[in-house]
Structure formats: C-alpha cells, structure tokens
Design a protein around this ligand. Structure first.
Ligand code: AMP
Length: 436
C-alpha cells in the first residue's frame, strides 16, 4: 500500500502524520484524499473507526493552507458534542506543525469562551448545528467566507432532527464551495440530503452498508432473563486482564442506570462510569474522557449517548440487550476492533430478542456464532411478570410478520396459576358485591 507521501501533502502535515504514528493510509483515506484534493464534492460512506476524520481533515488542511483573516473558511458540522470535540482533537494533532487555527463550538455549555475564540480569528470551525445557529443569530459567527462544508455523521444529524438547521446553514454560506458528506449508512434520507446539496459527488465507500467491521469477532449468549444477564456480565468482567476496556451497551436509560449501579457495587467507583441522555453534557464528556484515557475499565452507555464515541483499543463491546434499531448493532460493535486492532463483541439474547437478532444477522449478512454459556454463570428462573412480558413481545413480533396472526397470548393459560386464581377471586368478590 502506498504511504501518505503519495498524496503530495505538505511537509508540516507529513511530520504531524508521522508524529501521530500513522504508517499508511486507511482504505477510506486512500480513496477520499485524492478526490477531496482535486476539489470534488464527495460522499463518503464510512463508520467511525475507519479513519474517516483524517480522510477529510488532511486534504482540508492542504486547502485552507495557512492562517488568514478572522472568519472561518471551512465549516465542519457534527451531530454531537463528543464527535465535535474529537474532530477538534484530530485537527489539533494534524496542525501541530503549522499555524492553522480552529475552534469547536457546541451547546450545553457557556457560549462566552466560544465567542472569544471566534473573535480571536480562526480558519476552521467545528460545530454542532444547534449552537452554530444560536451564535449565528446573535451575530457572533460570520459564515460568508466558507469555502468548504463538511457534514460528518450526516445520518445521525438527520436522526437527531438537525435537518432544519442544516438547511438554514446551506442558505447562509456561499453557494460556490466544496461539499463533503460523511455518513455511516447510505439511508434514503442521506441520499436525499446529498442530492440537495452536493454537486456531482464522487462516492467512496469502505464498509459496504451495514457490514460489521471485519476485525471484530462476534458471539452471542442465549440467556433466559435479566438476572442471568447480570450474572453473566459480572462473570465476564471478573476477567480483568482480558476484559480490560469494555463498553456495555443498553437499549434504554433505565437499564443503563441499573447495570451501572450493579457494577458500581461490584467493581467500585474507579472502574465504571455510565453515560446516557439524562446525564449532563459535562458528566458525559468527563466519563467518556476518563474511559478514553484508560482511567476506568468499563463504560455503560445507551446508543444515543454513545454516538460518535471514538476510543481506540476497546477490548470488548458487550450488548447487554439487542438494539431495536438494527443499524445500531453495527455502530455498537464498530467501537471495538478499531484501526486494525482485534476486538470482541458479545451479545446477550433472551427469547424475546431472538427475533431482532435474526433481523440483524440478515442485515450484516453474517450468522453470529452462539457461545456456550460458561458453567460458572448462574441461570436463574424467570420471574412470572418478566416471562409474560417476553411472551407478549414475541406475540407482537409474530403479528408484525403476519398481520393475519390472531395472537397466541392466550398461551398465558399455561402459566397462570396465580393470576387466574386472583382473577377468579376478584370475580367472586365482585359478584358478592353485586349481590349485596
Ligand atoms: P475515525 O474513523 O476518523 O474516527 O478514526 C479512528 C481512529 O483511527 C482514530 O483514533 C485515528 O487517530 C486512527 N487513525 C486514523 N487514520 C489512521 C491511520 N492511517 N493509521 C493509524 N491510525 C489511524
């Protein structure tokens, strides 16, 4: 594979690449860098972890060249604060030997230092759409000199409802400019957006849509209920050497919180943090930074909170439950096995989740191997209510597949002792009351 020299980047950039320890370009960099340098509009389909940031930042830095004036000439939009900060960090790394200036603006924190940074003069602006519009409407940011617009994780931005802000930005910035759009998936919405604002884009794609990262070895455990899942998680995490940097994903905030509390008791405060949408931005960012720095071993996260997380050397991703947005599975496991390291993704599956796993297997065109449950994991009986809830879910899944399906939930007759008894009793009482 050719090295970075072949792109004819300047000396300062090549030195920075060397200082960062990159030896050769990743496939997305290989494909995208020459196109961006040649001035094309580009649509890049690549997940976090593929090296997509450098794929657009390096040629952008060549284009912006040197510090000039006060107002930004390039604008990078990202859906979350975490991703925006990460992009900012990447730019800091690549500009360590030149004088290019950039700043990152995002919501959830005071605007004053951000405004001051803008006033001091910058060449590249990294922003989340909401804060950008806030500051624009206050007259604090001038966008008429933008010559390059980059949308990173465009699919996420649209999922998060940023489309109106993006449209607004498109109206404000000069029409003569280069546009780059990066997205993990090529959804219908992304196609629409690209038609709206890219001109004859070249398309580069490194991971065919929804193909799970090849460097990740995947497996799943069939587990009957929540309590057994907890026991299994606890068993796995007791191997500190192997499970040395772990993200535990959960579908919902409450489960994230429950799992976190359990792990907190078991592993102690120094080992685990949780991030979900209810946590303040700062708490989230701190947890994430601590995890990234290797100060804590386990991070519990919901899908939404984990958007854009880039942590290298994650040893394991554990899916405590199966995501219902099937593409999130690909995003989740993409957190491990980054930049050529091997990673492991383990998924816990109850009987109600098998349906979703089958859908995911179809999407990733891979059968996820089933692992034998370690003997040390205690299998607990399933509480009645949990079992009923799962059966109801399975019923709904069957109805979704076959609208003519009448529902088999009357199967509950098979496990009813308590409830029917109660109901019978209740009925008797009711009848008594009526007679009175
Ligand atoms: P990204 O997909 O841009 O979030 O990058 C994922 C990780 O890979 C980041 O930690 C980058 O620093 C790293 N990375 C990007 N390009 C390369 C490269 N060519 N060689 C080694 N590591 C890289």
């Amino acid at each position: 594979m050719q090295g970075f020299e072949a792109f004819k980047l300047n000396k300062q950039l090549l030195s920075a690449i060397e200082a960062l320890g990159y030896q050769s370009p990743t496939p997305i960099q290989q494909e995208a860098i020459p196109l961006v340098l040649a001035g094309h509009d580009v649509i890049g389909i690549a997940q976090t972890g593929t090296g997509k940031t450098a794929a657009y930042v390096l040629p952008l830095l060549m284009k912006v060249k040197y510090a000039q004036g006060v107002h930004p000439r390039a604008l990078i939009l990202a859906p979350t604060r975490e991703l925006a900060v990460q992009i900012g960090d990447a730019i800091t790394g690549f500009t360590q030997f030149c004088d290019l200036r950039h700043t990152v603006i995002y919501g959830g924190t005071g605007a004053k230092p951000q405004i001051e940074a803008l006033q001091a003069g910058i060449d590249i602006l990294v922003a989340t759409p909401g804060r950008l519009m806030d500051l624009y409407l206050k007259g604090e940011v001038y966008l008429r000199e933008i010559k390059t617009l980059i949308l990173d994780e465009a699919d996420k931005m649209m999922d998060m409802g940023f489309m109106p802000q993006i449209r607004r930005v498109l109206e404000i910035i000069p029409t003569k400019r280069q546009n780059l759009l990066f997205s993990a998936t090529m959804s219908e919405k992304v196609i629409q957006l690209s038609e709206e604002f890219l001109e004859f884009p070249a398309r580069v794609e490194v991971t065919p849509q929804a193909t799970a990262a090849e460097t990740v070895s995947q497996s799943l455990y069939h587990l009957p209920n929540l309590r057994t899942k907890i026991d299994c998680l606890s068993y796995l995490l007791s191997d500190e050497e192997r499970f040395n940097r772990v993200i535990v994903f959960t579908r919902r905030r409450q489960i994230a919180e429950d799992v976190y509390r359990f792990l907190l008791r078991k592993l102690g405060e120094d080992a685990v943090r949780v991030i979900h949408a209810n946590k303040g931005q700062n708490t989230r960012l701190n947890a994430f930074e601590d995890f990234r720095a290797g100060n804590i071993r386990v991070l519990v996260a919901t899908d939404v909170a984990a958007r854009g997380i880039d942590v290298s050397m994650v040893s394991h991703v554990i899916n405590f439950d199966v995501p219902l947005v099937y593409e999130d599975y690909v995003h989740r496991i993409g957190r491990t096995g980054r930049a050529d390291q091997r990673g492991e993704a383990i998924t816990f599956v109850t009987m109600a989740e098998e349906y979703h796993i089958q859908k995911i297997e179809k999407l990733i065109k891979t059968k996820i191997p089933v692992a034998q449950l370690p003997a040390a994991v205690e299998v607990y009986p399933t509480p009645f209510a949990e079992r009923q809830a799962m059966l109801r879910e399975i019923d709904n899944q069957r109805k979704r597949e076959d609208p003519a399906f009448q529902g088999a939930f009357h199967e509950k007759k098979r496990f009813p002792p308590k409830q029917t008894k109660k109901t019978a009793e209740q009925q008797k009482n009711k009848a008594k009351r009526r007679r009175r």
